[in-house]
Design a protein around this ligand. Structure first.
Ligand SMILES: [Cu+2]
Length: 330
């Protein structure tokens, strides 16, 4: 019968057309992502951690955009070229599976996903993931930092010199952040100040409930749990101001638990820190504060807090500093 005869091939090569359109659009999309969008991607480029995270997001977007663009191209092509036309009541041609297309699709998407799995794992561990808290004894340490666990408590209280890692303790409590600088006599402040081009070792803890230390522009987010010393790293790369927020629902004023910090030049930092330390020493705060410890015991509270508030309108913690029962303390 005539109907079974293969019709003369008048169809254009749709596959080649779709691939051609897709290739152009995919290249444009990837170029836009990499060259236009990437510099504006969160969390910015204020630290090496932030830059690493920005790079990771851009790589993922560059790999995913061609897949998305292919689907859009195919749908748009089908809508335009294969749409039903008025007066055309004929059946379409019979469909056959196309092993090559299916295998190609499965292979390409599988390779992309597996690559992202490997890439994501590597990035999480080595360069870009150190801004997340790694617990008291990090496995992954930046070069030059050998140990950060309790054994190094004395070491981290050695005076700081420009160029060496800066240790900052971030203490969460309902509902404020306080920062202690063990290399400056354990002085405290509510405005996180950091020197630029410096490796910063955050020791994050809490005095009461669970909080999360989230310095978004620094690429750092680490749980602040009572009784836990949680270490996170970042290396400052740019001067500027940044916000610190609590990222763990921690009570009724959780939303108001934020403060600001700044990255300044090493000389400005040294001047600021030396001045603050001298002032806190002379007005008695440094001796009134509990010894610098990895964690603080929140069970012994009120009397000490009252005494502190009297001392001098203390800079931080609103007088609610708790003495340490850390067995590591001398
Ligand atoms: Cu909180």
């Amino acid at each position: 019968m005539a109907a079974t005869e293969a019709p003369a091939r008048t169809e254009p090569n749709h596959g080649a057309r779709i691939v051609g359109i897709w290739l152009v659009l995919a290249i444009i999309a990837d170029a836009l992502i990499w060259f236009v969008w990437r510099p504006h991607l969160p969390p910015g480029d204020m630290t090496d951690q932030a830059r690493g995270q920005q790079f990771d997001i851009a790589v993922m977007a560059v790999l995913c955009a061609p897949v998305l663009v292919f689907i859009w191209t195919y749908v748009a092509y089908a809508l335009v070229v294969w749409r039903h036309r008025a007066g055309d009541d004929e059946d379409g041609p019979p469909m056959h599976g196309t092993t090559r297309v299916q295998a190609t699709w499965i292979t390409v998407t599988a390779v992309i996903v597996l690559f992202l799995f490997g890439f994501g794992t590597y990035e999480l561990i080595v360069p870009a993931g150190a801004g997340a808290g790694e617990g008291p004894s990090p496995i992954w340490n930046p070069p030059g930092i050998t140990t950060t666990s309790a054994t190094s408590l004395a070491k981290m209280q050695q005076p700081w010199s420009p160029g060496s890692p800066l240790v900052v303790q971030a203490i969460g409590q309902q509902w404020a952040w306080t920062y202690r600088y063990p290399q400056f006599g354990g002085m405290e402040t509510t405005e996180l100040t950091l020197p630029v081009n410096t490796e910063v070792v955050f020791h994050v803890t809490s005095l009461d409930v669970i909080h999360s230390f989230w310095a978004y522009k620094l690429g750092v987010k680490a749980d602040a749990n009572p009784g836990v010393d949680n270490v996170a790293y970042t290396k400052t790369a740019q001067l500027g101001r940044f916000a610190v927020r609590c990222n763990e629902l921690c009570g009724i004023w959780h939303g108001a638990m934020f403060s600001y910090g700044r990255v300044v030049t090493p000389s400005a930092f040294s001047a600021w820190a030396a001045g603050l330390q001298a002032r806190q020493r002379s007005d008695g705060l440094l001796t009134a504060l509990p010894r610098y410890a990895l964690t603080y015991d929140p069970t012994v509270i009120p009397q000490l807090g009252k005494a502190f508030t009297k001392v001098l309108g203390i800079t931080g913690a609103q007088g609610n500093y708790y003495p340490s029962r850390d067995p590591v303390q001398p």
